[in-house]
Design a binder for this molecule. Structure first.
Ligand SMILES: [Fe+2]
Length: 197
C-alpha cells in the first residue's frame, strides 16, 4: 500500500504540527506495518498454527489492527478540510434516521467522548439505516456489512499537541472542519439512496 497524501497542511483549529505528526508519522507507520505484515504472510508457516500463539496467528491479528489503522485514518483525513457546513443528501438521510440533525450531532459528539479510538457514522446494509458506532482500537467493535461515511479519530494523538486533554474542544474543531461534500461523494459512490429502497 502507498501513503495517501493529505489535501491540506493545516485546518482551522488544528496546527500543521498536530496534523503532520498524525499523518506523516502515525498514519504512515500503519501503512509501513501493513506492508511488512503482508510480506511476512507470504512466507509464514501455515502448518504449525495455534490459537494461543503462532506466527501466523499473530500476523493475522496485527493485520486487522494495521489495515484498519490505514483505512480509518484515510477516511478521517478525507472527510476533513472544509467548513463543516451541513449540506447535500447525507443531511436528508441523517434527518430521516435520527429524527433531526441536532439529534445526530448530539449522539455523534457523545460517541466522541465515550470512545477511546474512533467514531464512525456508517450505513448498515442490513437495516438500511445510518448509525453511529464507536471503536476503542482500530480492530475493536467493527460491525460487518456497514459502509463508513464519516470518521472521527478521538485517540489523544489526534489532538493532544493542540488541546491537551480538552477533547470536547477538539470535537468542536472536528465538526467545524467536516468536508460534507466528500461525505456526499461517498453517498453517491456507494449508491446509498438506491440501497435504502
Ligand atoms: Fe489517529
Amino acid at each position: 500500500m502507498d501513503i495517501k497524501p493529505l489535501k491540506f497542511k493545516q485546518l482551522s483549529g488544528l496546527s500543521e504540527k498536530q496534523i503532520s505528526e498524525h499523518h506523516d508519522v502515525l498514519y504512515a507507520g500503519y501503512v509501513k506495518k501493513i506492508n511488512e505484515i503482508r510480506t511476512k504472510l507470504e512466507s509464514v508457516n501455515k502448518d504449525d498454527v495455534n490459537a494461543t500463539f503462532s506466527d501466523f496467528r499473530e500476523l493475522k491479528v496485527e493485520e486487522s489492527f494495521a489495515l484498519n489503522g490505514v483505512k480509518l485514518h484515510e477516511g478521517y483525513f478525507d472527510n476533513l478540510g472544509s467548513n463543516g457546513r451541513p449540506q447535500g443528501k447525507i443531511i436528508e438521510l441523517i434527518k430521516e434516521d435520527f429524527g433531526s440533525l441536532e439529534n445526530w450531532d448530539k449522539d455523534f459528539r457523545a460517541c466522541g467522548i465515550a470512545a477511546r479510538g474512533w467514531v464512525i457514522l456508517a450505513f448498515d446494509l442490513d437495516s438500511k439505516k445510518l448509525h453511529n458506532f464507536i471503536c476503542d482500537a482500530h480492530n475493536s467493535y467493527g460491525i460487518w456489512n456497514c459502509i463508513p461515511l464519516l470518521i472521527m479519530d478521538v485517540y489523544e494523538h489526534a489532538y493532544f499537541l493542540d488541546y491537551a486533554t480538552a477533547r470536547k474542544k477538539y470535537i468542536d474543531v472536528f465538526m467545524q472542519n467536516i468536508n460534507w461534500q466528500f461525505v456526499n461523494s461517498l453517498v453517491e459512490k456507494y449508491k446509498i439512496v438506491e440501497l435504502r429502497k
